[in-house]
Design a protein around this ligand. Structure first.
Ligand SMILES: NC(=O)c1ccc[n+]([C@@H]2O[C@H](COP(=O)([O-])OP(=O)(O)OC[C@H]3O[C@@H](n4cnc5c(N)ncnc54)[C@H](OP(=O)(O)O)[C@@H]3O)[C@@H](O)[C@H]2O)c1
Length: 307
């Protein structure tokens, strides 16, 4: 019988692999960490709360007592924390096989990161941009390595306005900002993939989205409020996180995956289902916007991102 679905059963032993998962303590990052650990990888849980990370680690150890889980503190809303994380990682590890840029926040009230960036674009895009830039040398040195960025169906609501990228001139909307950050994740993925291909490095850059999954992502949506009703519904009845994480896990592990691919669920409107290659919108493939976003991200983070 012809097999159509990819499952983790296809994944070989990952004993020699070192994987960083951002936001590994809960939701999709937690489930992905569990899968990687079940295949004997060393997983570095990059979390902003050490207490939450320790609790998550203990939970995984109950199922997989030999799991190799390391916790390193990382706050993507702080360029200083990102730098410290990279320093701590480089001290302990000599290679990095997979960087899974999974962490994210959604529909938060307007606020600023430590460096003065609007929160959603600061954490979801700029934080991961800065992290990837500083880990790239190690990733390039590692044969057959990967970078996976986690986006969302919400990228389709995203628009980039370079005159007001961080809503410094007002007009903040929780959902529009989230959409912008998730569109930025894709623009960054494809631009990094192009630059890496140009140089011929043995690194694949991919993106993924979970459809909708019942995680803690909706924690900033007020329970009684009438706004974001669809979102509340979608998150509540979305697929369980152990299924929601599969597109990002497939992007990270499928031996047949190619750089520049985007994985998502195969069901109706990509809301649920098994992970397959899906298509992001036209804007996410715009070369000029991607290049400009790269430059703006470099200026804001003060990082010269050399590929
Ligand atoms: N769930 C869905 O339906 C859905 C749909 C589309 C896309 N996504 C994407 O999937 C990814 C994972 O989300 P999720 O659904 O698993 O949400 P979640 O359950 O809320 O988990 C988010 C993770 O990100 C971490 N995080 C938040 N801010 C951070 C920061 N400043 N520094 C470091 N880590 C930070 C959180 O840490 P704390 O626990 O300490 O806050 C948590 O570990 C996100 O990128 C999200 O945009 C999810």
């Amino acid at each position: 019988m012809k097999k159509i679905e990819w499952t983790i059963d296809e994944v070989a032993d990952l004993s020699k692999k070192i994987i960083i998962v951002t936001g590994a303590n809960v939701g999709l990052g937690f489930e992905a960490t569990k899968i990687f650990a079940s295949k004997n990888a060393t997983v570095v849980m990059a979390c902003r709360s050490l207490d939450k990370a320790k609790e998550a680690k203990q939970t995984i150890l109950l199922d997989y007592p030999n799991a190799r889980l390391d916790i390193l503190q990382l706050d993507l809303g702080s360029l200083k924390s990102i730098k410290l994380f990279v320093g701590a990682f480089e001290k302990k590890y000599e290679h990095l096989d997979i960087l899974l840029n999974n962490a994210g926040i959604m529909t938060v009230p307007y606020g600023l990161t430590e460096d003065g960036f609007e929160l959603q674009n600061g954490v979801n895009h700029l934080g991961h941009f800065a992290l990837t830039a500083q880990l790239l040398n190690l990733i390039k040195k590692t044969p057959n390595s990967r970078i996976v960025n986690v986006s969302s169906i919400a990228h389709k609501q995203g628009k980039i306005d370079f005159d007001n990228y961080l809503y410094e001139n007002g007009g903040y909307s929780k959902m529009k900002s989230y959409g912008r950050s998730k569109l930025s994740n894709l623009l960054f993925t494809y631009e990094l993939d192009r630059r890496i291909r140009d140089k011929g490095y043995d690194v694949k850059v991919l993106a993924a989205h979970p459809g909708t999954s019942s995680t803690e992502l909706g924690r900033y949506i007020k329970p009684g409020a009438s706004s974001h009703l669809f979102l509340k519904f979608a998150l509540k009845f979305g697929q369980p996180p152990y299924l929601g994480c599969l597109p990002e896990v497939r992007a990270a592990l499928d031996v047949n995956a190619q750089g520049g691919q985007y994985y998502g669920p195969n069901g109706f409107a990509e809301i649920k289902g098994f992970p397959v290659v899906v298509q992001s919108n036209k804007l996410s493939h715009d070369l000029d916007i991607a290049q400009r976003l790269w430059e703006v991200s470099e200026q804001l983070t003060k990082i010269n991102f050399i590929v």
